[in-house]
Ligand binder design. Sequence first.
Ligand code: SF4
Length: 339
Amino acid sequence: MTWVQKTLFSEEPEPSCLLPLDQYDVIAVGYSGGKDSLASLLDLLDRGVPPSKIELHHHDIDGQGEALMDWPCTRAYVKATAEALGIPVVFSWREGGFVREMLRDRTATAPVVYERGGETVTLPTKRETPGTRLKFPQVSADLNVRWCSAYLKIDVMARVLANDPAYQGKKILVVTGERRQESSARARYAESEPHRTNTRSRTVHQWRNVIDWSEEQVWDEIRRWNVRPHPSYSLGWGRTSCLACIFGDADQWASVKSIAPERFQRIAGLERDFRSTIRKGQTVEEIAAKGREFVSDKPSEPRALAMSPDAFTREHFFLKPGEVWTVPAGAYKRCGGPS
Ligand code: SF4
């Protein structure tokens, strides 16, 4: 079946603002490297969408600044995905990333930078409203206080779509991998809606194509494609994207402390400096002390892949002949968040 024959209108019973898939000029997949965005990408390929119509959009949380939150391997994993599937990738970030945004002290948010096909473009901050954070994002469904998702992902992608001349006058479908099963807030997300960058001169729709998938369906999709998931899952993380995600539970913080002790100490020190903790009323030290780390009994290979910025290559993306796909240790595990 071709992608022209299998369209959204034939697939989706609920009212939708979406066009048939083949009418979009670009399908921009928000790709963290985590299992849900991977399943969402593979589902598009299953539907027959040609890789040449797809772009991966990955947002570097640490923004080429101090490495604090991202897994060291994530950029390499995203690059490997793009190369293995023959899909271009746009990397984007807020200059200085998580740490610069967190350390804002009567300053404006930093410019957005993106990289496409070897070219780097900087989008200066338009509204120079000075602001002060000096605290971590708070564990909350409210994106005003959980600012990492809004400032380091959602706004970054919106600025790229709104400013890059490649999108002007085009029809764009933004595809993201949120699932209703993940949280009560996500249970209320619409499956499709006009994207915030939709204008009269630029059609931009958003589609959450795996919104009603179970986690079992997600892993089954990845298994069927014989794809090696992000190495963090083999180390026992239930969710990716950040190694030190603010939503981490006690076992996860104990595991961050075990696998990345310098980062853990830096986060604990910042909590003390700010006199403000990530989780209300408890420091990361106190949370980690209540948990049991789950990484030290895991094989050395995923650890080496996870903690290197360049070890994961396109050759690792699909399992090699003779390798058997197994459900990773982190599958079906509650690791905290999102709200
Ligand atoms: S993975 Fe966690 S810490 Fe990282 S941006 Fe998302 S919510 Fe924030």
